[in-house]
Design a protein around this ligand. Structure first.
Ligand SMILES: NC(=O)c1ccc[n+]([C@@H]2O[C@H](COP(=O)([O-])OP(=O)(O)OC[C@H]3O[C@@H](n4cnc5c(N)ncnc54)[C@H](O)[C@@H]3O)[C@@H](O)[C@H]2O)c1
Ligand SMILES: [Zn+2]
Length: 399
């Protein structure tokens, strides 16, 4: 038995954004809230005008919530819910990276369930939500394909990641014209995030033959397209491929769970304000090495999907997977980027106990759920997680 939650409809291709108004109509909606971060909304990108013009032409009324920047917090969610109520939104059009898409998910719940608590979302058999049309501009989080939202609780400064099948967007539009403007560093961070989702979903104990299908295809596409898009951000074909890889990875991990790189990466990102993709890719080689023997066959398949010579024996291939990820991190200047956030490694080392506690928090909050700890093939102890953070500190010291 296996379950797969995916969006009801997927649109791909350059120019597919132009179908937006008719897609809103398929949701029975005539009033929408657009959620988009302030950088995308304003000049020079002005994606808000582009989206607004398409909606106007299709006689769809809309309001815009764009008063946020960076990764979303509970305060952003409260403000966005207020705006959704003002425009009486029947559908949310989310345009942007995972940050915009996740705010849209929170709005879709809280604007019509004002009394629900964050920790109740995951427990509901049925959750009434406003439909979401998700249009990613990074490739990425795969949030357009997932049932998960990641929101920082401003009271605790920790990242919550509640999930529910009803949060899966009804429609996803993967239009590569929207992602060509993504700068090179974020192209790398978000692309490594997609690859990490696919790999963690693939090695998760909750992986099924359904999720494996999406995970392996995603890893294969990342192996082909990530370097191309890093070298040339205007390569529309490679941008489209990475959007698809990110979507497939989202399907894989949303249905099978992410793992330790994400549990630890969320803690790291929240404390040091590191962009999400960067926070997971700096941990990935250490997390892979930690669990390599327990998931040797799976990591060997990862290496082959990334282009390694499949005549090598399994143990060597598994190690090859780690080597390829290290190579990507070097090529994409990941360590220089990490150094900008982890400026003082002594300070970093002294915060390791708090980081470990936060990384292990999922087990307390949701002991049997997809918490990124018990879903690893080798379940990490607090000491194991401490060692991984120490390895990261040592690596940053080498920059
Ligand atoms: N819901 C999920 O399933 C899921 C999965 C993984 C991560 N996340 C969450 O998603 C968030 C991160 O999302 P992200 O990595 O996509 O980054 P993001 O949405 O925070 O965007 C990063 C930066 O890139 C800019 N940007 C986005 N698209 C652009 C474009 N086309 N051109 C120019 N600039 C552009 C944004 O303005 C922002 O400054 C984190 O909060 C993370 O925890 C969610
Ligand atoms: Zn991620």
């Amino acid at each position: 038995m296996a379950t797969l939650c995916i969006p009801g409809r997927l649109e791909t291709g350059a120019g597919s954004l132009n179908k937006l108004a008719s897609l809103v109509a398929t949701q029975g909606a005539s009033k929408v809230l657009i959620v988009m971060d302030s950088f995308l909304a304003r000049e020079p990108l002005n994606v808000a005008r582009k989206v607004g013009d398409i909606l106007k032409e299709g006689n769809i009324e809309f309001g815009l919530f764009s008063e946020f920047a960076g990764e979303p917090t509970t305060i952003d969610v409260d403000n966005a819910v207020q705006k959704a109520k003002e425009v009486n939104a029947q559908c949310i059009v989310a345009v942007g990276g995972g940050s915009a898409l996740d705010i849209a998910k929170a709005v879709s719940v809280f604007s019509i369930n004002p009394d629900i608590k964050w920790n109740e979302i995951v427990q509901k058999d049925y959750l009434r939500c406003i439909p979401i049309i998700a249009i990613p501009t990074t490739a990425g989080t795969g949030s357009e394909a997932t049932k998960i939202m990641v929101i920082t609780n401003t009271e605790t400064n920790s990242k919550m990641n509640p999930g529910h099948p009803e949060l899966t967007p009804k429609v996803a539009i993967l239009d590569p014209e929207l992602s060509v403007s993504l700068p090179q560093n974020f192209t790398a961070f978000t692309g490594m995030d997609a690859l990490c989702h696919a790999m963690e979903g693939y090695v998760s104990i909750r992986a099924t033959n359904l999720t494996d299908f999406y995970a392996l295809e995603s890893i294969k596409i990342c192996g082909e397209a990530l370097s191309l898009v890093y070298e040339n951000g205007a390569d529309i074909d490679a941008r489209q491929k990475m959007l698809l890889a990110s979507y497939y990875a989202g399907v894989a991990f949303s249905n099978a769970s992410t793992n330790l790189a994400h549990a630890a990466g969320r803690a790291l990102g929240a404390k040091f304000h590191i962009p999400h993709g960067l926070s997971v890719t700096v941990l990935l080689p250490f997390v892979m090495s930690f669990g390599l023997e327990a998931a040797q066959e799976r990591y060997a398949n990862v290496a082959v999907a990334l282009g390694a010579d499949n005549s090598l024996e399994e143990g060597k291939l598994a190690k090859e997977a780690v080597r390829i990820i290290e190579e990507y991190n070097d090529k994409f200047m990941i360590w220089d980027a990490a150094k900008k956030y982890i400026t003082n490694t002594d300070e970093f080392r002294s915060s390791i106990p708090a980081l470990v506690e936060d990384a292990m928090m999922g087990v307390k909050l949701n002991p049997k759920g997809n918490n990124g700890i018990i879903t690893n093939r080798k379940i990490p102890t607090e000491d194991d997680v401490k060692v991984i953070f120490e390895q990261l500190a040592d690596r940053v010291d080498m920059v």
